[in-house]
Design a protein around this ligand. Structure first.
Ligand code: TXA
Ligand code: MG
Length: 347
């Protein structure tokens, strides 16, 4: 929760740069657009998580994103557009299937991979010949892109490796002193990042699960789920989506996914109750548990905030009752096993 009135803005300074949080309004949209037009970076809300945005077509501006996040340069960024016309100069071809998915799911949490044209600098695509494009649904994000008139590259606005930010305050924790402006659009409604897909022989190949589920996509074509979604890639393995190979979403606390439901999870807690630990349960299990949500949509909204507050509370270990892997649950599971460094307790 934010500790200042929603209609004021806060000025803080460190490293000589003042990071301001402004509510979403005409004034903040104009300011953000001015900064972006001058090659700067700003944090914006989207419906998934907050993004750290720069002009996707300006090499130097995009470089500043990598510096602010401490992000490896081979991890490509998603390019955000606010209307369908904007995609045309960026990509070599728009397959018919992509067009149909755009019609159904844009604006929204779906990112599609296309062949890229030379308009998109190599730094934006992490040196790949492809580019990831998404049209966010969030009004603030769309207003800023529209005002800029160019597409925005925007990874999640966290320090690389940390849980993604789902509120302006989370962004502030990671980016204070590094960026001039955060637009506050409240809590993100989805809570985990967009679904990332590429197309392989008329099939939809899910590289990262998210708010648009495999079940929703399967109405349009056969859906494959990349093996890196549920498992750890080997260190030498070539992965289709570079983001999949990095440790991710991790708080300082040691996270474990516990593959035990309901009463077995209660017993598991009883065996570990002396530890400085949190037990995230799939529902209200009473004292000693933190309700992580019964359904995946709620778990997605709460996940990153809970991981961040475990650190604020100096919790050493977080045990999480494993989510179902169907629907949005696959996205929650995918983030969770990465936050846990793939540590799963089965027996
Ligand atoms: O919901 C979202 O997608 C958020 C908001 C801010 O829009 N953005 C986001 O960006 O999650 P980021 O940078 O944290 O994650 C981008 C993911 C990474 O896993 C990256 O490897 C993958 O998309 N990606 C980007 N371009 C790609 C490409 N050309 N081929 C394969 N994967 C790509
Ligand atoms: Mg990210």
């Amino acid at each position: 929760m934010l500790d200042f009135p929603a209609n004021s803005f806060k000025v803080m300074s460190s490293n000589n740069l003042q990071t301001r949080i402004m509510p979403f309004c005409e004034e903040s949209v104009c300011e953000a657009a001015d900064i972006l037009k001058n090659g700067g970076i700003v944090a914006l809300p989207t419906e998934t998580v907050y993004g750290l945005a720069a002009n996707a077509l300006d090499e130097n501006a995009v470089k500043s994103i990598f510096t602010a996040k401490g992000r490896p340069q081979d991890n490509p960024l998603i390019v955000h557009i606010s209307n369908f016309e904007m995609i045309k100069p960026l990509v070599t071809e728009i397959p018919e299937l992509a067009r149909r998915l755009a019609e159904k799911f844009w604006a929204g949490p779906l990112t599609m991979i296309f062949g890229k044209t030379s308009v998109v600098p190599d730094i934006t695509s992490g040196g790949l010949s492809t580019v990831a494009v998404r049209m966010p649904a969030n009004d603030a994000a769309r207003a800023v892109i529209e005002k800029c008139g160019f597409p925005l590259a925007a990874p999640s606005a966290n320090l690389s490796g940390k849980p993604s930010p789902t509120s302006a305050q989370h962004v502030f924790e990671d980016m204070n002193g590094k960026i001039p402006l955060i637009i506050d659009g409240g809590e993100c409604s989805v809570g985990v990042e967009s679904t990332v897909v590429c197309f392989r022989e008329d099939k939809i190949h899910i590289l990262r699960p998210g708010g648009i589920t495999a079940e929703m996509l399967s109405k349009f074509a056969e859906v494959e789920i990349d093996k890196a979604v549920e498992t750890a890639p080997r260190p030498d393995e070539r992965v289709l989506s570079p983001g999949m190979k990095y440790k991710h979403y991790s708080p300082k606390a040691n996270v474990f996914v516990v593959n035990k439901r309901a009463d077995l999870f209660r017993k598991f807690r009883a065996m570990h109750e002396d530890e400085n630990a949190w037990f995230l349960s799939r529902g209200d299990y009473g004292e000693g548990f933190i309700d992580f949500g019964e359904i995946a949509e709620i778990q997605a909204q709460r996940l990153f905030g809970l991981l961040r507050s475990a650190d604020e509370n100096n919790i050493e270990t977080v045990y999480v009752e494993a989510p179902d892997k169907s629907g949005m649950g696959l996205a929650v599971y995918n983030r969770l096993i990465r936050a846990a460094g793939f540590k799963v307790v089965d027996e």
